[in-house]
Design a protein around this ligand. Structure first.
Ligand code: NI
Length: 216
């Protein structure tokens, strides 16, 4: 099955191409499917967030490099609401649109609400998304946005903790590839617990409203 909200870039990838698929991480499709099952659709979200069971299943410790090459962990974001998006800088469509919407939402909300939020972008393509590449990329969006990358192992670990599905998809050119990945923004509370999520295609106004309700 195809989970909804994926950043899909599958054009031209026919049956024979299936054999070329390479796992970028050891995350099983099952893990991805579990994430879809445990996260209710935004339409069903009440203002109170999700069930405690879901809270414990998304998130966890990580150790990555920020866009300045400094080591950062989940502890650096404690005390703030952590609004995190997983994607990759070479993404041709979905990632830039979602990051733009997220940035627009952050521009809409009240300053004191924004002060309590730490927005972040974590790449799921660490081989190409070096510190320098991520630095340049996040500067295109919101000034508060922290960009993070790491080794393949470090990215595997954080993607797994957040139940993020990602796998490489080869294209016609051997030197290039796309990454098929789940496109979701997670909102974690100041203690690092999952609060809610925003599925790809969310509107800036809708996100801003929810952030004011929850954080403001
Ligand atoms: Ni993408």
């Amino acid at each position: 099955m195809d989970p909804p909200n994926q950043c899909t870039s599958m054009t031209g990838n026919k049956g024979a191409g299936m054999a070329k698929w390479i796992l970028i991480t050891v995350i099983a499709v099952v893990a991805g499917a579990a994430a879809w099952l445990l996260t209710p659709s935004p339409e069903n979200d009440s203002g109170s967030g999700d069930a405690p069971a879901a809270r414990s299943l998304v998130g966890g410790p990580f150790s990555l490099l920020n866009q300045d090459g400094e080591r950062v962990t989940e502890a650096d974001f404690r005390g703030s609401y952590f609004l995190v998006y997983f994607g990759y800088t070479y993404c041709p469509d979905v990632c830039p649109v979602d990051l733009q919407s997220m940035s627009a939402a952050l521009d809409i909300i009240e300053a004191d609400t924004l002060a309590r939020i730490e927005p972040a972008f974590i790449t799921i393509d660490p081989e190409r998304d070096t510190v320098e590449v991520v630095n340049k990329y996040v500067s295109l969006f919101h000034p508060k946005l922290t960009g993070m990358t790491g080794t393949v192992e470090e990215i595997d670990a954080v993607a797994s903790a957040y139940r993020v599905y990602a796998r490489k998809v080869e294209t016609e050119s051997d030197s290039d590839y796309l990454v098929d990945h789940s496109a979701i923004v997670y909102l974690m509370d100041p203690d690092g617990n999952y609060v809610t999520h925003f599925s790809s295609g969310f509107s800036p106004e809708g996100m801003a409203r929810r952030l004011e309700e929850i954080v403001g």
